[in-house]
Design a protein around this ligand. Structure first.
Ligand SMILES: [Zn+2]
Length: 210
């Protein structure tokens, strides 16, 4: 153990730069010594965008961080760099895109947070064990199938969007209360509502063609 590690210093988080072999803080994307781009670290999506692990994210902040981080890895900056550096910049850009996509959408953000808290959302089967949700799904699909014109579908759509907003509020409250079981339950419902939204769009398309 080095002296720095004994003192609880940052040594544990240091890794050698692949280019100059100097020590780099693992959180750094570029070597402090030679400035060369480093491989992305396997961190969660929140940390990737410099955000705290919370459901109630300020999406403007998510956007600001995303664009400011993404700028460092713009292909123009690597146009004259060796292939390995180009490839690493692409990896960073891809990871940032993924984190951004996941954190901007409430459902995937909640799923990501549940997984980080050790309570990942189960697959389809879990929704089928919730009788209330099953009933809601059945009624919504019956209503959609019975919709005769676009006004009917618009009404179902408006109702479904309202249900989505209410559901997101409940997820937020569940995380605030650290009630992961409730967060899971509301997430399953939001997942259903997202699917219903797709079905509504499909139905709108069908009616528009007739
Ligand atoms: Zn270096």
């Amino acid at each position: 153990m080095t002296e720095e590690q004994q003192k609880g210093g940052p040594a544990a988080d240091l890794a050698p730069c692949w280019s100059c072999h100097g020590s780099v803080d693992q959180r750094a994307s570029f070597c402090h010594g030679c400035g060369t781009i480093q491989p992305p670290r396997p961190v969660d999506h929140f940390s990737r965008l410099g955000l705290s692990q919370s459901f109630d994210l300020d999406t403007d902040q998510v956007e600001r961080n995303y664009f400011s981080f993404q700028r460092h890895f713009h292909p123009d900056r690597f146009a004259t760099r060796p292939a390995r550096e180009k490839q690493l910049s692409l990896q960073h850009a891809t990871d940032l895109n993924e984190a951004y996509g996941i954190l901007m959408a409430p459902l995937s953000r909640a799923e990501s947070l549940l997984a980080l808290k050790g309570a990942p959302l189960e697959d389809e089967g879990a929704a089928n064990r919730d009788p209330e949700l099953l009933m809601e799904a059945m009624e919504a699909r019956e209503a959609l199938a019975g919709a005769a014109n676009s006004e009917d579908v618009e009404a179902i759509d408006a109702q479904s969007r309202q249900a989505c907003d209410g559901c997101i509020e409940k997820i937020s409250q569940a995380f605030a209360d650290d009630d992961l079981a409730a967060a899971q339950r509301h997430c399953l419902r939001l997942r259903f509502l997202a699917k219903l939204g797709e079905e509504i769009r499909r139905r709108k398309g069908e009616l528009a063609r007739t």
